[in-house]
Ligand binder design. Structure first.
Ligand code: PLP
Length: 456
């Protein structure tokens, strides 16, 4: 046998062995997942992962394997374990779907689980859609978005966020979620690491796992006013770290970072040459001092925005990204591949929506938040006053309380809220959305108080 053939045989043997070991590893991970579930433990365990990361680092040195590669391989294995352990996890979407099913069966449900404004999109949208037809905006168009909309968005953001945005920095996409997906999928590679501050909207983690990217979690807590620790973030950074995600005003806590803390995190990203993905979808619902990451003028920042919350245009599916031209060019390639372009009539409607004064929406959301805050205080829920967004993230003080069990029981009584565990390791929390008229919110909070009384 020639040398090459025997080496190939050896490689085949090793590959088969590796696959068999991988299967054993997955089976063990699945069993651990069951134990975690039965004992109410979180799937994610940064400390445990760190132990094995240290071992892998030492082994790489010992056997002379490039540390970067060893850790990327470990990240792949860790992600596969996460995948088998998170199967069937409940989030606000699972509750929403259950609620919809109950409604189909004739039950009345008060929806306090979804993040969807209850008011209509601006009336101008209706005439804009008809106008788009008359003007012939019903064709294929550039993947980046209609030039007139990109130009208008550049001006709008420059003015609104004290920034310097040009149309080449704008990518129009079908909603903020898609922008997040594009950023993570095109700027990162499998085995790279992304830092997510929890509690958080689950899509950052889900998009990362989908792209083979490892999520490193910074957990924040109510006691510390949901402030992330800069030194904890810095300690987490290694040669595989590529991105930090920010989302302020935050879903689910309503937190806004102090400008100083936000600057410190952006400075950290600059120091280590990392991307900052700043999801600023709730910027119109900032009720205390807030500034866009755009004002930091950092070339590796990606700002995702949307018409969903500010203009209540959730069903029209339109949002946009602001970033350096090089980043936009990478993102648009995948967008073109997936969907050619955002529907032209919707882009035209968004262009018209930019002319509308949305301050009434801001007032409406604020007064709804005030209603749930007041009721939650009466009930005795523990929370930080939301400084923005559309939610209240509250801890329920009861030793035997399980958020998931509670949200399911509450649903049987006609009120849907989101279980805390959809946002990270927050089993004793629930997220209450301020997206119904105030009477419904009051009624929902009354029912919540009753069900809570029964379960205490
Ligand atoms: N980002 C955050 C933080 C959200 O909470 C949501 C929706 O709930 C989105 C993005 C998605 O918005 P869009 O409708 O623009 O995709």
């Amino acid at each position: 046998m020639s040398d090459i053939e025997s080496l190939r045989n050896r490689i085949d043997e090793i590959t088969i062995q590796m696959l068999k070991l991988f299967k054993e590893r997955i089976d063990a991970a699945r069993q651990i997942g069951e134990i975690k579930k039965n004992n109410g433990l979180s799937v994610f365990d940064e400390k445990r992962e760190e132990q094995i990361r240290v071992e892998v680092t030492e082994l790489c040195k010992k056997i002379n394997l490039e540390e970067n590669i060893g850790k990327k391989f470990l990240n792949f294995l860790l992600n596969e374990s996460v995948k088998v352990q998170t199967d069937g996890k409940q989030t606000h979407l699972t509750i929403f779907l259950k609620a919809k099913k109950l409604e189909q069966e004739g039950k009345k449900i008060i929806h306090m689980e979804v993040g969807e404004p209850d008011f209509m999109p601006p009336p101008i949208i209706k005439s804009a859609l008809a106008e788009a037809y008359d003007k012939g905006f019903v064709r294929y168009g550039p993947a980046l978005g209609m030039p007139s909309l990109r130009e208008a968005l550049a001006k709008y953001c420059t003015k609104k966020f004290s920034a310097d945005v040009k149309s080449e920095n704008v990518l129009v996409s079908p909603g903020g979620r898609f922008s997040v997906f594009l950023a993570i999928s095109t700027l990162l590679n499998p085995g790279d690491e992304i830092i997510v501050i929890e509690p958080s909207w689950p899509a950052y983690r889900d998009c990362a796992i989908n792209a083979g990217v490892k999520v490193r979690t910074i957990s924040t807590n109510l006691e510390n006013n949901w402030n992330p620790s800069v030194s904890e973030i810095e300690q987490m950074i290694n040669s595989n770290t590529k991105m930090i995600v920010l989302n302020y005003p935050n879903n689910p806590t309503g937190k806004i970072l102090s400008p100083k803390l936000q600057d410190q995190i952006v400075d950290l990203a600059k120091k280590h040459d990392l991307y900052i993905l700043s999801d600023e979808i709730y910027s119109d619902y900032a009720f205390s001092d807030w500034k866009s990451v755009l004002s930091n003028r950092y070339s590796k920042s990606i700002i995702t925005q949307s018409f969903s919350k500010s203009h209540a245009m959730t069903g029209l599916r339109i949002g946009y990204t602001i970033a350096d031209q090089g980043i936009i060019e990478k993102m648009v390639k995948l967008q073109a591949l997936c969907m050619t372009n955002v529907a032209e009539p919707i882009q035209y409607a968004a262009l018209k929506a930019l002319e509308v004064d949305t301050s009434q929406n801001t007032k409406s959301v604020k007064s709804k938040i005030d209603v749930i805050v007041e009721q939650a205080r009466k009930i005795g829920l523990e929370f930080e006053n939301p400084e923005g967004a559309m939610y209240l993230f509250a801890k329920v003080n009861s030793p035997q309380f399980d958020g998931l069990e509670f949200t399911n029981r509450l649903l049987d009584h006609g009120v849907a809220v989101a279980p805390g565990e959809g946002f990270g390791n927050y089993k004793n929390f629930i997220r209450i959305s301020a997206c119904q008229d105030e009477n419904k919110l009051m009624k929902g909070m009354m029912i919540l108080a009753e069900v809570l009384g029964e379960s205490r």
